[in-house]
Design a protein around this ligand. Structure first.
Ligand SMILES: CC(C)(COP(=O)(O)OP(=O)(O)OC[C@H]1O[C@@H](n2cnc3c(N)ncnc32)[C@H](O)[C@@H]1OP(=O)(O)O)[C@@H](O)C(=O)NCCC(=O)NCCS
Length: 192
């Protein structure tokens, strides 16, 4: 059986579709794409709470574009995992969204962005999504069962991708990067 990520992309207009790094000039079109995909309440989603105050990580954050405009976007963000006094850096993947579902653009964006992430040594990547879609790209829920989030999540949808198996804390809190900075600063203040 051919793994999902190895299937050829099925772009209708493959010659015209370009997967490239997201640029500041794409911001408006990305917002419009995400509004269309997730609706106006997207800022209240648990993943959105984790992105609070952060900027997308340049490199793996990619868009699919063609002459007529943006066809897809995937973004990566710095977040953290806090377990007691231990603060670990993680990367959040998402949102991934396309303008025309079912053409292979989503998988092509995922494959390309994870390729960049691996090349630059981004480390463990977390996302909230369907295992049937993300599993073939190395995402699994095994390590995350005891991890808390700032909002609701279905346990089987909190997926982690790690290139080398790590000894993860069983109980931990996934937080926005700025919350982790605050926790670390508090720890330093207490220690000092
Ligand atoms: C999810 C999404 C990005 C997939 O992109 P896409 O370009 O349609 O995906 P592809 O064409 O690469 O792959 C299509 C395949 O994925 C499957 N698929 C799509 N969304 C899926 C999901 N949420 N769960 C499981 N499988 C899914 C399709 O059934 C199809 O399967 P097939 O190849 O066996 O026919 C796109 O549907 C989308 O933008 N959805 C709205 C936003 C969203 O929910 N994003 C994901 C959460 S961050």
């Amino acid at each position: 059986m051919v793994a999902a990520r190895d299937r050829p992309a099925r772009f209708d207009r493959s010659a015209d579709v370009l997967i490239r790094p997201a640029e500041p000039a794409d911001a408006e079109a990305i917002t419009a794409l995400l509004e269309a995909a997730f609706g106006p309440t997207r800022y209240k989603r648990t993943a959105a709470l984790l992105r609070r105050g952060a900027l997308p990580i340049e490199g793996p954050s990619l868009v699919a574009s063609e002459d007529d405009g943006l066809l897809g976007s995937v973004q990566f963000w710095p977040i953290a995992l806090v377990a007691g006094e231990i603060v670990l850096s993680l990367t959040l993947l998402g949102p991934l969204a396309v303008a025309m579902p079912g053409l292979g653009i989503g998988r092509a964006l995922l494959a390309a962005s994870l390729g960049v992430a691996d090349r630059i040594g981004l480390g463990p990547i977390l996302l909230i999504g369907d295992h049937s879609y993300y599993g073939p790209f190395g995402f699994a829920a095994e390590a995350t069962g005891g991890w808390g989030l700032p909002g609701p999540v279905e346990r089987e949808r909190l997926l982690l991708r790690e290139r080398r198996p790590l000894a993860w804390p069983v109980v931990a809190q996934v937080v926005a990067a700025d919350s982790a900075s605050a926790a670390t600063a508090t720890m330093l203040a207490t220690d000092g």
